[in-house]
Design a protein around this ligand. Sequence first.
Ligand SMILES: Cc1cc2nc3c(=O)[nH]c(=O)nc-3n(C[C@H](O)[C@H](O)[C@H](O)COP(=O)(O)OP(=O)(O)OC[C@H]3O[C@@H](n4cnc5c(N)ncnc54)[C@H](O)[C@@H]3O)c2cc1C
Length: 430
Amino acid sequence: MSSHNLRVAICGGGISGLTLAVALSKHQTIAVDLYETRSRFEEIGAGVMIWSRTWRILELLGLGPQFRDRAHPQPNGSLGVGFDFRRSDQPTEGFSFCQFLTPVSKLFQCIRFHRAEFLEPLVNTLPAGVAHFGKQVASYSNVDADGPISIQFADGSSAICDVLVGCDGLKSCVRGQLFREEAHRRNDTALLDYVHPVWTGTIAYRGLIPVDEIPLNIDGSKHRTITTPMMYCGRSKHVVSYAISKGSTVNVVTFSSQPKKNGTMVAEPWVESCSQQELLDCYSQWEPEVVTLLENIKHPSRWAIHHLRPLPFFAANRIVLIGDAAHAMAPHQGAGAGQAIEVCYITTRDDAHIALRIFDDARRKDANEVLSGSYKSGVMYEFESGFGDRYDVLGPGIQSQWDWVLRTDPEDDSLRVVEEFRKATRGTGH
Ligand SMILES: Cc1cc2nc3c(=O)[nH]c(=O)nc-3n(C[C@H](O)[C@H](O)[C@H](O)COP(=O)(O)OP(=O)(O)OC[C@H]3O[C@@H](n4cnc5c(N)ncnc54)[C@H](O)[C@@H]3O)c2cc1C
């Protein structure tokens, strides 16, 4: 007989689905099945950064040593520049207007990874038999409030579970069905606004550059971004670059915004290859340091950056949304994946099936604040905020956007959830 008293099905095996599967698999009473539409776990060729809160959670999940092997720089609390913000939208040499040093406290450090390397510790830790590949969730039915949820796959097969977690990204089919059905059930058509993501008005170009392909400066020194994460800022545009993979590769993401288009729809495809010339043309009048980087991105990709309107709930009727399915955000604080990882830890600390009932209250406010804050950060980097380019107030303004990293500790948050859980279940026999 099975010792499991809860069956959790996870739809999607990106960073959020995998982290949740690893976290839940530690609970003997929970049976976990992860359904992924692709034939294996995979991530795009790009970088990802996390902050100290997320790092702490990876450690608490017992994954510290494996992630440490792949992290750049080593998360050891030593001092470094978090980001060097530079005015760069002129053909002459730019200047630095804000540098936040890490650690502002010892906990504030930006740790960078190649995305493929970020998945490895999670994949290595996932127990055998949890992942099911080639399984595209098409729909679910949970007509009976207490009975099992039935999942239908695109290949015609089906499965059952007690809780279905949509970790299926920006275009989440689980979110789509949940909000359509809740709109119908609550007779509230406003809920249909949350089915689809909206365009932020920003286009991004992405690329990776092997460090040894970046030319030396005229004085023989190395390009600044090899040692320092850079935020090159200009009117309505900015360029982010930082080293990953033990310093062997530089990750570059450039942004070009039309703020008035935020909240509108844009035609698909939202991600596609583009010519290097298109990228160079976009930043042709920028300082040489930026142009040198872009000249070394041979095969850029173009992304229409989308986010969600902050959702009014992340869970209903035992259907739960985590990661981009719940709070896809503009990437200007490097926080989307980190927020997903926070959710996976904070809501699985104790009896998960009970904690899920209070999950919505516990995480939605924080994640939605980061979602909105992340967009505002981008507006500041591009001199479009109320601070304009008054550097004396802009610098502190940019830095204060990250207060949430310092404000609390994930363990405290987790304990708060457990305490709320205890209060909620007092007298229920749990
Ligand atoms: C330019 C850019 C830079 C970013 N930089 C950072 C950063 O530095 N730090 C950070 O924290 N975040 C960053 N983010 C955000 C981060 O990439 C996302 O928040 C994160 O990858 C979301 O992970 P996820 O698992 O929720 O979704 P996804 O990565 O989209 O994974 C969803 C998975 O679900 C699968 N799937 C989809 N539909 C189905 C279905 N119907 N059935 C079964 N499987 C399905 C997909 O195949 C996929 O494997 C950035 C985003 C962008 C666009």
